[in-house]
Write a new protein. Sequence first.
Length: 246
Amino acid sequence: MKALDGRLAVVTGGTRGIGRGIVDRFVTEGAHVVVTARTAASGEEIAKAYPLAVTYVAADAARPAELEAVVQAVKALGRPVDVVVANAGGGGSTLVASSTEAEFDAVIAANVKSAFFTVQALLPYMRDGGSIVLIGSIAGSNGGVGAVVYNAAKAAVRSLARSFTAELAPRGIRANVVSPGPTQTAGFDAFIGDDKARLDGVIAAMPVGRVSQPSDVAAAVLFMASDQSRQIAGAELVIDGGMSQI
Ligand SMILES: NC(=O)c1ccc[n+]([C@@H]2O[C@H](COP(=O)([O-])OP(=O)(O)OC[C@H]3O[C@@H](n4cnc5c(N)ncnc54)[C@H](OP(=O)(O)O)[C@@H]3O)[C@@H](O)[C@H]2O)c1
C-alpha cells in the first residue's frame, strides 16, 4: 500500500523546482495530481511525463479568477480533493529603503494571496479530514537582508496554517507549513552562478554539509500530506539541514 494510493492532490507551481519534486513523489506514492503553473510549455511536458497521473492546468495562483480553471479540472475528475499543496511562490530582492509599492504587492501576491485563494477556491471540493500543506521558508523566521517583503510574506504563510487549522477543525482538515532552506532549484543555481565561494558559504552554514534537493522537501510534504502526520496540525516542519538551528 502506497502512502497516497487513490488520493487526489492539487500542487500549485508543480512544473519545476520544489513543486516538481513534490509531484514526482506524490505520483510515485499513488496519487493523481492536478498540477498548476503559468507556462503552458512546462505544463505540457509534465502532462506528457505522467499521462495518467497528472492533470495540468494553466493558472496563475496569485490571480483568484484563474483558479476557477483548477476548480473545473477537479470537478471533472469527479472526486474530492484529499491534499492541497500551495507551493507557488518566490520573490525578487527587496530592501526597506527602496522597494516600490508594485514590488511589495507582487511579492505578497505571489506568496500570501496565492496560498490564501488557492485554499479558498478548493475548500468546497476537499474531503473532510483532508490535508493542506503550505510551502513557507526559513526566511519567514529570520531577517535575511535584501528580502524584507519575502521574509514578511513567508511569516504570513506560517500564520495562515494556524488560522486554517483553527477554522477548518470542524471538518477535520489540517493545515501545516513545510519551510525549506536553500534548495537546489534553477533559482538557486542562478543565485550561485559560477561563484564557488558563495556555494561554499551556503554549505558551511548547513550542519548537514549539503544543499537540500527538491526530493528532500518533497519527503516532508508527503509526510504532512499523508495519514502519518494525522496528529500534526498548524505546525511548521523546517527542511534546511539545520541551518536555522545554529
Ligand atoms: N528554492 C529554494 O531555495 C526555496 C527555499 C525556501 C522556500 N522556497 C519556496 O518554495 C516554493 C517553490 O520554490 P522553487 O525554488 O521550487 O521555485 P521555482 O524553481 O522557481 O519553481 C516555481 C514553480 O512554480 C510555478 N509558479 C511560479 N509562480 C506561480 C504562480 N503565481 N502561479 C502558478 N505557478 C507559479 C513555476 O512555473 P511558471 O513559471 O510556469 O508559473 C514553477 O513551476 C516557493 O514558495 C518558494 O518561496 C524555495
